[in-house]
Design a protein. Structure first.
Length: 392
C-alpha cells in the first residue's frame, strides 16, 4: 500500500463570467493592493482586462500592472520587475491573467517578494520557504491544470546564448483560486497543437509513474488521453468549439486533482526536454515532441506490456497477445506519426541540432553531476545519450 496525504489548497471557480467576481474573491482573502500581471500579446485581451479591472475597482481594490512581451519561456527579468513593484507598492495580492508563462512568473514573484535575501536562494533545496504573497489566477489557457501545481521554473540566458533553468517547489506556490472556463480559452495565445502536446506529455508522466493504484489510475489516464485526441480532431474541424475546449481543459486538470495519482512521475522526459530548450531556446512543446517518441523507442522492448496497453487502449493498435513487442513497436510508430501530424518537430535535426549537440544537452540535463534520472525507468548518462541519438 502507498501512503499519501491529499489537501485541496486551490479553489477552482469554473463557469461563464466568473472573472467578474475576481475582486470579490481577492477581497474575501484579505487583499487590498493587487499586482495585476499579464502578457501584452494575448489576442484581444483588453476586453478581459477591462472586466477584471472593473471588478477590482468595484470592490475598492487598488492595483498596479506588470505586463510582458511574449516569450517562449518565463524570464527572470520580468520576475525581478514584479518583485520590485511588490516591495515599493506594498502589494499584498498577486493576480495572473493568461497562460503558463504568466502563472509561473506570478508564482515566483509571490514567493520571492517577502524575502530580502538573494532571489536565487528560493531555488536551493535546503532553503525553507515559509511565506508568500497570496496568488490568484484567471486562466486563458487550455492547459489550466499546470496552474494547480506546487512548482515553478524560470529560464535565464547565459553569455553563450543558451538557457539555464531554476526550479523550486513549495506549498506556497499553490494559488488561492483559479478562475477558468472554455470562453476564457478563446484568448489563448498557444496553438491548439502546443496545448495538446502539453496535456499528452503531462498525462504520460502520470501513466508511467510508479503508482500502486495502477489499474484505476491507468484507466482514468487512458480515458483522458483518448479524449484529448478526439477533441483535437473535433477542434480542427470546428475551431473554437466550447465543448471540445472544455474536455481538453478537464483532461489537463485531471492530472493534478485526482487524489490517488502518486506524483512519482517518470521525470526523465521532462528533464531532457528542458535541457533541449536550454540548448536551442525552442518551445517546451517542441522539445517534448522530439524526446517522447525517442524515449518510447528506448523503453518499448523492456516495457512492452505497458506500452502495448497504451497503444491498444488509446491509439486503437491491434493487441497481439502472443507478441506484445510487436504491438509495442506499432504503438511507438503511431506516437511519432501523431506528433508529426501536429506539425511539431520529432527530431533534433528539425531544430538545427546534430550529434555534436548531444553532449551539451546532457550537460544541461545535469550530467555528470547526477548519476541518473527517471523513476519508471532509471536512465544514466549512456542511456540518455542513446535516447538523444534516437532523436537525431
Amino acid at each position: 500500500m502507498q501512503n499519501y496525504n491529499n489537501l485541496t489548497r486551490t479553489q477552482l471557480l469554473y463557469g461563464s463570467n466568473e472573472e467578474n467576481e475576481v475582486g470579490r474573491q481577492i477581497k474575501y482573502l484579505g487583499g487590498t493592493r493587487v499586482l495585476l500581471h499579464y502578457s501584452k500579446n494575448i489576442n484581444n485581451l483588453n476586453n478581459l482586462l477591462d472586466k477584471i479591472k472593473r471588478s477590482l475597482r468595484l470592490t475598492g481594490l487598488d492595483f498596479v500592472e506588470l505586463s510582458e512581451d511574449d516569450a517562449k519561456t518565463p524570464k527572470i527579468d520580468t520576475i525581478f520587475k514584479g518583485i520590485k513593484i511588490c516591495r515599493e507598492e506594498n502589494v499584498d495580492f498577486v493576480l495572473a491573467v493568461g497562460g503558463i508563462n504568466e502563472f509561473t512568473i506570478a508564482k515566483l514573484i509571490a514567493v520571492a517578494s517577502p524575502y530580502d535575501d538573494n532571489f536565487y536562494n528560493i531555488f536551493k533545496k535546503e532553503y525553507d520557504i515559509e511565506q508568500a504573497i497570496p496568488l490568484g489566477i484567471v486562466s486563458t489557457t487550455i492547459c489550466t491544470g499546470v496552474a494547480i501545481s506546487d512548482s515553478a521554473s524560470v529560464a535565464h540566458r547565459l553569455s553563450d546564448g543558451s538557457l539555464t533553468f531554476y526550479s523550486c517547489s513549495s506549498e506556497f506556490l499553490y494559488p488561492k483560486f483559479i478562475i477558468y472556463s472554455p470562453e476564457l480559452c478563446l484568448y489563448d495565445d498557444m496553438s491548439l497543437e502546443s496545448n495538446v502536446v502539453s496535456i499528452i506529455s503531462l498525462l504520460l508522466h502520470r501513466y508511467f509513474a510508479k503508482n500502486k493504484v495502477s489499474l484505476l489510475s491507468d484507466n482514468i489516464t487512458e480515458a483522458a488521453l483518448k479524449t484529448v485526441l478526439l477533441m483535437y480532431n473535433k477542434l480542427k474541424d470546428k475551431p473554437g468549439d466550447l465543448e471540445g475546449i472544455n474536455n481538453l481543459m478537464w483532461a489537463s486538470i485531471t492530472a493534478y486533482v485526482v487524489p490517488f495519482y502518486s506524483y512519482s512521475d517518470d521525470v526523465s522526459v521532462d528533464i531532457l526536454s528542458r535541457a533541449i530548450v536550454g540548448v536551442f531556446d525552442c518551445s517546451r512543446e517542441q522539445a517534448e515532441s522530439i524526446i517522447l517518441p525517442a524515449w518510447f523507442e528506448f523503453v518499448q522492448k523492456k516495457h512492452a506490456k505497458k506500452v502495448a496497453k497504451l497503444g491498444s487502449c488509446v491509439l486503437n493498435v491491434a493487441l497481439d497477445y502472443q507478441n506484445l513487442e510487436t504491438t509495442s513497436k506499432n504503438t511507438v510508430k503511431l506516437i511519432k506519426e501523431m506528433f508529426t501530424k501536429f506539425g511539431l518537430p520529432t527530431t533534433l535535426s528539425q531544430i538545427n541540432g546534430d550529434a555534436a549537440d548531444i553532449e551539451r544537452i546532457l550537460y544541461k540535463a545535469g550530467f555528470p553531476e547526477i548519476g541518473n534520472i527517471g523513476n519508471y525507468e532509471k536512465l544514466d548518462k549512456t542511456d540518455c545519450e542513446v535516447i538523444l541519438s534516437l532523436a537525431l
